[in-house]
Ligand binder design. Structure first.
Ligand SMILES: Nc1ncnc2c1ncn2[C@@H]1O[C@H](COP(=O)(O)OP(=O)(O)OP(=O)(O)O)[C@@H](O)[C@H]1O
Ligand SMILES: [Mg+2]
Ligand SMILES: [Mg+2]
Length: 524
């Protein structure tokens, strides 16, 4: 009876957590009558200069332009007699990630050896926490909080080296620089129901990792790598057999690979066949998955506890200290920005994971567009005006120059000064943009108003006189158009006005210029 009650309680907890058991699954017109089930294993490189077990002597930089084998300690190369020593920074960044993913940090976890024989793994085994991970039972809400993906576990493990094969010379090269670097394996429950949801999950996870500073989460550079498990079943039937697609390296390829794998499995089942559990690769050119090895060929990893590493003990005080220092998480940031009156789009642009925000080593963060926005809008500036200048003008100009936000040379103070000049009417909007361009062209630490004065961009006291001079000059240059306006056809005025604005290099106030022209031409 008690056991039954417990089962029911567990089941209803699950019901609350996973949409899989509760809400109706919508039919997908791509595969009507079928349900798609996806679970993802993410390997995220921990942003610590020191590897997971090989001590401070081998500080490494994940810079792939460096020559091979430049950051390898004797431990990484598995010299006999070398011993592992756990890097506490990796534990701290792991715990930060676990807290951000609402996971339970285990007071006791342990390290196992997972054996396989491959040239980029000199020890002959990888140290991992597959059986006793340091965090379990997390969850990550996807956009809008409608869907929630449960996180089964987060474990610490070593990265391998890198092997490259040159088919021409039939030569394999091994680079051990990466060997032994710290990874977090974040294993999701099979809670995603479409290729798009898998994409949202990875994006949301990237945002979390970056916001806590535990990983770059950059798929292109390999600091975030995904193994994607896919199965299909007819609506109402239990989940099917999963295939695992290894090593996908972009969100786009994840979605394409899932779509093509779903098609393959459905075709197999519809033609009376069955899906065999196997590990598959993804061919980017053909947009197809292909078999790597079947379950029968799966290696026997001969897991065993690592005798050289004691269990990892994490006490509650340690966790609560980290919890107190947690930075703002993406969901909270988005909610705060929306509450300030920003549009969803503007909030997304500020928070964009690809905006060039840098995660520095050991979890420090370079300020991204959101922090820049926060600094500028302090002191009572209108948040909507500030976000406009950042997203449209600044990010626009930077994009035009093919530069990311991390290259922005304009300080928050300078940008705030520029916005104030425009808001107070001392600078026209167009002159403000000219000033912004100048600040990007010639970075300096001078204030916006000094620069505006120096460039004669400020709208001054003798404005009206200058404006009349510009108008007169343009009227003289466009006698025919001026005549048409004089005869009462005001439509042509815009052409004359355009010339005045051009002549003033944007310094003229458009409305004042229009009024002046009308007065000079029609007396009104
Ligand atoms: N029916 C299913 N359809 C799709 N995904 C599934 C299904 N069942 C389980 N999964 C997913 O498969 C993944 C299993 O990962 P896990 O690390 O636990 O084991 P593994 O793949 O056997 O081990 P390894 O780490 O050696 O690859 C999880 O992400 C889980 O959500
Ligand atoms: Mg796994
Ligand atoms: Mg796996």
């Amino acid at each position: 009876m008690l056991a039954h009650a417990r089962t029911l309680a567990t089941r209803s907890a699950r019901l609350r957590h996973s949409r899989f058991y509760s809400a109706q699954v919508r039919d997908d017109s791509r595969w009507p009558g079928w349900d798609v089930v996806v679970g993802i294993e993410v390997h995220a490189q921990i942003k610590s200069r020191v590897k997971l077990f090989s001590g401070a002597e081998d500080a490494w930089t994940p810079d792939y332009h460096l020559p091979a084998n430049t950051s390898v300690s004797t431990f990484d190369a598995a010299f006999p007699g070398t011993l592992p020593r756990l890097n506490p920074k990796c534990v701290e960044l792991g715990v930060r990630t676990a807290i951000a993913l609402n996971a339970r940090v285990q007071q006791r976890s342990a390290f196992d050896r997972k054996h396989y024989f491959y040239a980029d793994l000199p020890q002959g085994y990888q140290i991992t926490q597959h059986y006793a991970p340091f965090a379990t039972d997390g969850r990550l809400e996807l956009e809008g909080g409608e869907t929630c993906v449960r996180i089964k576990q987060i474990q610490l493990e070593q990265d391998t080296g890198k092997s490259t094969f040159d088919p021409r010379r039939k030569l394999s090269s091994i680079d051990l620089s990466r060997a032994g670097a710290g990874l977090m394996e974040i294993v999701s429950e099979p809670d995603m129901r479409s290729p798009e949801e898998a994409g949202h999950y990875i994006r949301a996870l990237q945002a979390v990792l970056r916001s806590v500073g535990s990983s770059d989460g950059n798929m292109e550079q390999g600091s975030l790598r995904c193994d994607v498990n896919v199965s299909v079943n007819r609506r109402g039937e239990p989940a099917g057999t999963r295939c695992e697609i290894k090593n996908l390296n972009s969100v786009k390829f994840i979605m394409v690979a899932i779509t093509s794998e779903v098609r393959r499995q459905i075709d197999l089942l519809e033609s009376g066949g069955s899906v065999a559990q196997e590990t598959r690769g993804f061919d980017e050119d053909k947009a197809e998955t292909y078999s790597l090895r079947s379950k029968e060929d799966a290696p026997d990893y001969r897991y065993m506890p690592d005798p050289n590493l004691p269990p990892l003990l994490i006490d509650e005080l340690y966790v609560s200290r980290i919890r107190e220092k947690m930075p703002e998480l993406p969901d909270a940031t988005r909610a705060r920005l929306l509450a300030l009156g920003l549009s969803r789009r503007d909030a997304d642009v500020l928070m964009d994971v690809d905006s060039g925000r840098e995660v520095k080593f050991d979890g420090a963060l370079a300020p991204g567009p959101v922090a820049y926005f926060d600094q500028i809008s302090q002191g009572g500036r209108d948040p909507k005006v500030v976000v406009n200048w950042i997203t449209h003008e600044l990010l626009g100009q930077l994009a035009f120059r093919n530069e990311s936000f991390s290259k922005n040379p304009i300080s928050a103070e300078q940008m705030g000064g520029l916005i104030d000049l425009v808001q107070r009417g001392e600078l026209t909007g167009t002159a403000g943009k000219t000033l912004l361009r100048h600040m990007l062209d010639k970075p300096s630490d001078r204030s916006a108003s000094d620069l505006a004065r120096e460039l004669s961009l400020l709208a001054g006291a003798d404005d009206a006189v200058v404006l009349e001079k510009w108008c007169a000059e343009v009227i003289a240059a466009l006698p025919q158009e001026a005549e048409v306006v004089r005869r009462g056809n005001v439509n042509v005025l815009n052409k004359i006005l355009g010339r005045v604005m051009k002549l003033s290099k944007g310094r003229a106030d458009a409305k004042a210029a229009r009024d002046t022209l009308l007065r000079m031409l029609t007396g009104k």
